[in-house]
Ligand binder design. Structure first.
Ligand code: SF4
Length: 397
């Protein structure tokens, strides 16, 4: 057994005292902070957001338009306005008769209301806190780089996966987001870019990462609907390449298999954060259901079926998971696989006892992975000064 630093020993002891219990019980009404280690898979029952064009396939949109008393082809027109021009204001859709515009506005309800917007990096990183129709809060981030624009979107209000280092996890799960609520985050970014509101001139969203609030695979159906809307060509959807879409997960093994069945070549990002079950049981409580070996097997199957490289996400936490022996263990687990390791210096949540690794430990971790021939990068820490880690803005409201 490799030597354990004091902090890890304390964490393990804390875990054994509190004996985490996975639970399927939905909390009633509002989200409730979870006990350490408790998992919430079933979202609390709440009123659903209004039906929106982006919730529907083109066939369903045509049916919905017909129900409103309009010809089916109006669905195509409406879809072009929304997915190509990013317009949700029917008043601006001058190719539609005035009477039709009024009726069709029922398919474009306002789903997201901006509460706060923070920018950094000269305006090229924009984080938005949104209020949903029922008061739930979610966040999205737009990051413009010289060669791409990435949007990080939320898939749930809150999260039931309870990772103890994460602000969102500490607040528990409020509810699942609808497909259209997820898509709207992307459309809002696309609209701001097209209008030249982001420094660098008019542009387009090229990459989407499901790494905001929530565990995407715990809201499977709505997330897959959103991925389809994102990748389908206009007027069906936004026409963003599936290769630019990354779906992250803490390791819901059955859902990883289902995702591979979808035939969507999106990148799977696996938030591993520890290579050994003992630590991962505590850092990523879903590990009490599916162990490191199972989740990695699911990831390798995903890579084999989709031919997409797995992104292993690993938040480096000082004296907790950043030891060289853990880098060696990780290296042995993932070497010779279709994989890339993405190390993320932890963005500490306020009041947290955990913080980012020392630079020398981070460098040593990278060197050990490189020794095993594993491709590795350290993620840039954009948005750090604007409470960039997911859940921090919402927690402050
Ligand atoms: S790290 Fe991700 S999966 Fe874990 S609690 Fe936070 S949002 Fe949920």
């Amino acid at each position: 057994m490799p030597p354990r630093p004091q902090a890890f020993t304390n964490l393990a002891e804390e875990k054994s005292r509190k004996s985490p219990k996975p639970s399927n019980s939905p909390s009633k009404g509002r989200n409730v902070s979870q006990q350490p280690g408790q998992l919430t898979f079933v979202a609390p029952r709440r009123a659903k957001p209004a039906r929106h064009l982006a919730d529907l396939s083109m066939a369903d949109r045509r049916a919905a338009v017909t129900e409103l008393g309009e010809k089916a082809f109006r669905a195509d027109q409406l879809s072009r306005h929304y997915f190509e021009r990013h317009t949700a204001d029917v008043g601006a859709m001058t190719d539609l008769p005035a009477a039709a515009r009024e009726k069709l506005s029922a398919l474009l309800p306002t789903l997201l209301t901006p509460v706060k917007e923070l920018t950094t990096d000269g305006g090229t990183t924009r984080k938005t806190l949104w209020r949903l129709f029922d008061g739930a809060l979610v966040e999205s981030v737009l990051m413009r780089y010289p060669d791409r624009v990435t949007m990080c979107v939320s898939s749930q209000a809150g999260c039931g996966m309870n990772c103890p280092f994460c602000a969102t996890g500490q607040a528990g799960l409020t509810r699942n987001m609808s497909t259209a609520e997820i898509v709207e985050q992307v459309v809002s970014g696309a609209r701001a870019l097209a209008a030249g509101e982001v420094p660098g001139g008019p542009g387009r969203v090229s990459n989407i990462v499901f790494m905001g609030m929530g565990e995407p695979l715990a809201n499977y159906k709505q997330v897959i609907g959103a991925v389809r809307r994102i990748v389908e060509p206009a007027p069906h959807g936004l026409g963003i390449s599936a290769r630019g879409v990354t779906v992250s997960t803490v390791g819901l093994v059955p859902a990883i298999g289902k995702l591979a069945d979808e035939g969507l070549p999106v990148t799977l990002a696996l938030s591993l954060h520890a290579p050994d079950d003992e630590l991962r049981d505590t850092l990523v409580p879903i590990n009490t259901r599916w162990k490191v070996a199972e989740v990695l097997d699911a990831a390798w199957s995903y890579a084999a079926r989709t031919k997409r490289r797995i992104s292993i996400e690993y938040a480096l936490i000082k004296d907790i998971n950043d030891q060289e022996w853990r880098a060696d263990l990780l290296g042995k687990l993932v070497r010779n696989k279709l994989v890339h390791v993405n190390l993320i210096p932890l963005n500490p949540t306020p009041g947290s006892k955990w913080t980012a690794s020392r630079p020398e430990d981070e460098r040593a971790f990278v060197r050990r992975l490189e020794f095993h021939g594993v491709p590795v990068t350290v993620r840039d820490t954009r948005g750090r000064e604007i409470d960039g880690a997911c859940g921090q803005l919402a927690a402050a409201e």
